[in-house]
Design a protein around this ligand. Structure first.
Ligand code: RAM
Length: 995
């Protein structure tokens, strides 16, 4: 077995390119985190690459970037736009472009080479590229166009209003050979672009969700290869989307426009696009949306709504409408979006939400639902794409013509329906995450999201296929009613949709339940990363909840490259800041719901930028968020009392905890400290050392106030809940001298609760790390492996394939109904935030410096006799794609020996901590350490050896320190982790810091 494991990691460690000894290779070129992005509006986009090598300790000592306006010039090594020259630097990420100023639409081809530690240059990297977007609003020669909308403002809360998706088209001729053709497109609504019969790009739901009153994004497409010399046609589908469709819980709660849940930003969708053609003779032509475009609402998509579903009537299809020659004489003329006038509606919100005397009171104000041109920016995020098909596992007949298809996996997205039916025959599709015990689809938890799709057959004897464009559902089961004939498993195939964040992670260990848990976490991340980080993908909510995001973001950065994804959402979050400086409960913030914030939810405005900086070494995100973050901290200082947090905002607290409530003021204090510490660190990172000092002083005051108010002399907290201890450790508010005692009290609280957690969103995220940090790692892994309610294992035993919103979303005793069956998502990532601890403390991979420039590998095997219920984890194999390359850690306890196989990306260094009391007996690939290249013993502790390790692949073996009895072990582990070790050699520059 051990050999197999070694082989598998060895495969993982081998670099993906063929390099000979001593060489380094430049790979993974990115511009603003993306591969060859089109249409960016950053004037100094940041370039990143990675170094790969088969040699240990490979380093970049210098680099050179060449940027050219044509591929030919780049191939000839002529950097007419920029030649950085040889820059002596190990930097491989976020190198800002400093070449010739780039204008709208300009293309830039670039490559890079790097010098190794012996001063030998690498080959040039392959060419990468980016193009600039439209840098000035005046360069939009197009207008927002719409259809003439004569419907009155819908006001009925008992019925739904679901308009058809619109189709816009125009034809154009090309008279000369073209060099390049680009399309820039955006919509107030969501759009899908087609040219000459083909879809342009593969994104769903463009242009993404923003507060359209302030800002919208546009996308850029290269359509050079789609343009024909004979004649061309462009067609654009446009649906309501977030702009005017049903959004969140507006209908449920009666907030927002007319209390009906729709028209959040405006009444009538509109679209704007422009094709820019560059001819070979150097002339240019622009074709933009204007009143000459034709439009229809009579096509097949009769309803298109995120929450309510899609209704497709195939008898109304318009074949050939995105090709030249289509007869659109019965279509209407487009109008300018503003020609729909300024319909006014009542917009309901809570007034005085933060006034403790009145509390929130619902009131309305008039709101203009007419067109307002937003500020336009290039889309900085990651498109939503279909990334995977899920075959159906089984089909069950429920009644004549009604079948339930089980896809075996809960996910977000759509499906492909294959059907043969007579013309005009209609089938209905409903979606559910779970089944009732009697086999019925469970839909109570969709609340006001109707989530019904309909398909009307066109009667094609060869069979028909359908897949929705403008909706998505969170589901595992599909119920099809009125199905003509006998379905089979090919009738329904799941199509997984999510923001297509690159990269990935892997986690496997000796406990199969944990392996399923890891899969569930990743599936839940996908299901909720749909343009922005949402709470859930199924019910009438699906909003960018800040509390959920701030506990989960660390895990997200491990499981994928979410840097561009969060770059986008952080703009929405910063923009959603309330006037008083607080960050709201969700972003965008389409309407106000009760108080507009909650403790710990509001801190997402600091925690999320900090985490992106930590994971990707990104200081620009700090700079961009600095002003709003500072305003937020001013609000925090203003609202605190004697440096302590207070009870304010929505009382979410340790949301969905089990049986124990932690007072809001305590939570607020802990997060005041968390945000303050992060601000101090971020201030230093961007060179604001005075501010950093002020935040450190503030932190000192908070720590003192906390100690005085909450820490009791006998080594307890006056708030004696699991979450209180966990948060105090997370916020590092526990005085060093009290740490062991308070950790023991936390452990005792859990054991006296029959080894069960009582924690909610906040406490669960911090609980297992707190146990590990205070010497109770065995108990932490026990909880991870537990199957007793409430636990991850319990969910998995009930068939969970994603993370549930509540520990008791389903229980054996009470089924779905223990709390509120309507608010009971089976795809909510907050409790999946344990993933961060699984990687950092079980596999032992964490950043030692922002952006994993230095890496800590410190696996913590639980002691072999620590779990009477099931075999404690005794091997783990994990890897993650960092911005500098793949980091892998695989360990195994066997026969009193400990083996650790690691992979450290080139141009980084690591501190590897081996859990052994016998540092002198550590070997690497069977050689004693002092004979091994790239490794140096830094120091030892009673049961740990600290090694300084250069990049490369290693296999360490040592006698294990975890063979002792658990009691003995927990004593030794109750020592706190060291804050720093001596710096390693000049080349490794090791820093070991506690998170
Ligand atoms: C729920 C959301 C979210 C949570 C808030 C407090 O409605 O689903 O998960 O953050 O409430």
């Amino acid at each position: 077995m051990i050999n197999r494991l070694i082989q598998s990691v060895a495969v993982l460690c081998v670099v993906s390119v063929h390099v000979s000894q001593g060489e380094i290779v430049v790979t993974r070129q990115r511009c603003e985190y993306r591969i060859d992005p089109l249409g960016i509006d950053d004037l100094h986009p940041r370039l990143s690459w990675a170094i790969e090598s088969s040699t240990r300790g490979a380093k970049q000592t210098a680099y050179q970037v060449l940027a050219s306006s044509t591929q030919d010039q780049l191939d000839a090594d002529q950097g007419d736009l920029w030649d950085s020259g040889k820059v002596a630097s190990s930097r491989t990420i976020h190198v800002p472009y400093e070449g010739e100023p780039l204008g709208s639409g300009e293309q830039c081809f670039w490559k890079v080479r790097a010098w190794d530690r012996d001063g030998r240059p690498s080959e040039w990297s392959p060419a990468a590229q980016w193009s600039m977007g439209l840098l000035d609003e005046s360069e939009w020669a197009a207008s927002y166009i719409s259809y003439r909308d004569q419907t009155p403002v819908f006001k009925n809360r008992d019925e739904l209003f679901l308009p058809p998706a619109r189709q816009y088209r125009r034809e154009f001729a090309i008279e000369k050979p073209i060099r390049r053709a680009m399309v820039y497109a955006t919509a107030l609504g969501i759009y899908e672009l087609h040219l000459n019969g083909q879809q342009v790009g593969d994104a769903y739901f463009a242009p993404g969700w923003t507060d359209y009153h302030q800002r919208a994004y546009y996308q850029t497409y290269d359509v050079t290869d789609l343009i024909r010399s004979e004649g061309n046609a462009i067609g654009i589908w446009v649906a309501d989307g977030w702009y005017s469709g049903y959004v969140g819980f507006g209908l449920l709660t009666g907030i927002g426009t007319e209390q009906i849940g729709r028209y959040t930003y405006g009444k009538t969708p509109s679209v704007m696009a422009q094709i820019e053609i560059e001819y070979e003779d150097g002339t240019r032509e622009t074709i933009g949306t204007d009143k000459t475009w034709r439009v229809t609402g009579d096509g097949p998509i009769r309803e298109a709504d995120f929450l309510m579903g899609e209704y497709y009537d195939a008898t109304r299809e318009t074949p050939g409408w995105t090709e030249p020659g289509y007869d659109d004489s019965d279509w209407g003329a487009s109008i300018l979006a503003e020609e729909n006038g300024d319909p006014v509606a009542d917009f309901y919100e809570y007034q005085n939400p933060n006034d403790p005397r009145t509390g929130p009171e619902k009131a309305s104000r008039p709101k203009n639902l007419g067109f307002q041109r937003p500020k336009l920016e290039a889309f900085p995020g990651v498109p939503v794409r279909m990334t995977q098909e899920i075959p159906c596992q089984s089909v069950t007949r429920r009644s004549p013509g009604r079948y339930i298809f089980d896809l075996g996996q809960n996910f977000a997205g759509t499906y492909r329906l294959r059907i043969s039916g007579p013309k005009g025959h209609r089938v209905r599709l409903r979606f559910g995450e779970m089944l009732h015990p009697d086999g019925r689809l469970m839909t109570e938890n969709l609340r006001k999201a109707r989530a019904h799709d309909h398909y009307i057959c066109k009667g094609d004897p060869a069979g028909e296929e359908f897949s929705p464009r403008f909706t998505f559902h969170g589901f595992r089961y599909v119920e099809v009613s009125d199905f003509p004939g006998e379905p089979n498993r090919d009738t329904i195939t799941g199509l997984v949709l999510h923001s297509d964040t690159p990269g990935g992670s892997a986690f496997e260990c000796s406990d199969p339940t944990i392996n399923r848990l890891f899969k569930n976490i990743v599936w839940t991340q996908r299901a909720n990363f749909i343009d922005l980080p949402t709470d859930c993908p199924q019910r009438d909510e699906r909003m960018g909840w800040t509390g959920d995001a701030q506990v989960y973001i660390g895990s997200a950065t491990i499981n994928a490259d979410v840097a561009a994804f969060f770059t986008k959402w952080l703009r929405e979050l910063m923009e959603a800041q309330r006037e008083n400086g607080v960050f709201p409960g969700y972003a965008p913030f389409p309407f106000q719901h009760g108080h507009d914030f909650g403790s710990a939810w509001c801190d997402a405005g600091v925690v999320c930028p900090w985490t992106i900086w930590q994971a990707y070494g990104d200081t620009r995100v700090i700079e961009e968020c600095w002003a709003p973050m500072t305003q937020f901290m001013d609000w925090r200082k203003r609202t605190s009392q004697g440096y302590l947090g207070v009870e304010h905002g929505n009382p979410w607290g340790d949301w969905l905890s089990q049986g124990e409530e932690t007072p809001l003021a305590f939570i607020d204090t802990a997060y005041f400290a968390v945000s303050t510490r992060m601000m101090a660190e971020m201030a230093d990172a961007i060179g604001l050392h005075d501010e950093a000092e002020q935040y450190r002083q503030l932190l000192g005051n908070i720590e003192r106030a906390f100690a005085e108010r909450y820490v009791l002399p006998e080594g307890r907290l006056s708030v004696d809940t699991q979450t209180a201890y966990a948060l105090a450790v997370y916020a590092r508010l526990i005085p060093h001298s009290q740490r062991a005692a308070l950790g023991d009290r936390l452990a005792q609280k859990i054991t006296s609760n029959q080894n069960r957690m009582s924690t909610g969103f906040l406490g669960t995220y911090s609980l297992l790390p707190a146990l590990t940090k205070t010497g109770h790692h065995d108990l932490a892994t026990f909880l991870l492996q537990s199957h007793e309610f409430p636990s991850w294992g319990y969910e998995i035993d009930q068939g969970a394939t994603t993370i549930w919103e509540r520990w008791d979303s389903y229980t054996l005793e009470d089924g779905f109904g223990r709390h509120n069956a309507a608010m009971n998502s089976f795809s909510h990532y907050a409790f999946g935030a344990v993933c961060e601890w699984m990687f950092q403390e079980v596999a032992g991979i964490r950043p030692g410096k922002p952006g994993y420039e230095h890496i800590i590998i410190q696996p913590n095997p639980p002691s072999p006799s620590s779990n009477a219920e099931r075999p404690p984890i005794h091997w783990v194999r994990a890897s993650q794609e960092s911005i500098r390359g793949t980091i892998a850690s695989e360990w195994r306890l066997e026969d009193g020996g400990f083996e650790l196989i690691v992979s450290i990306p080139a141009n980084t260094t690591a501190t590897v901590v081996i859990p052994t009391a016998h540092a002198g007996r550590i070997t690497e690939s069977d050689m004693p350490l002092n004979e091994v290249e790239g490794v140096r013993l830094l120091r030892t502790e009673p049961e740990r050896a600290f090694l300084s390790v250069r990049s490369g692949a290693y296999r360490f073996q040592a006698p294990s320190s975890t063979t002792s009895a658990p009691e003995a072990l927990s004593t030794s582990r109750s020592q706190t982790l060291p804050l720093a070790v001596e710096a390693a050699s000049d080349t490794t520059d090791a820093v070991y810091q506690e998170k």
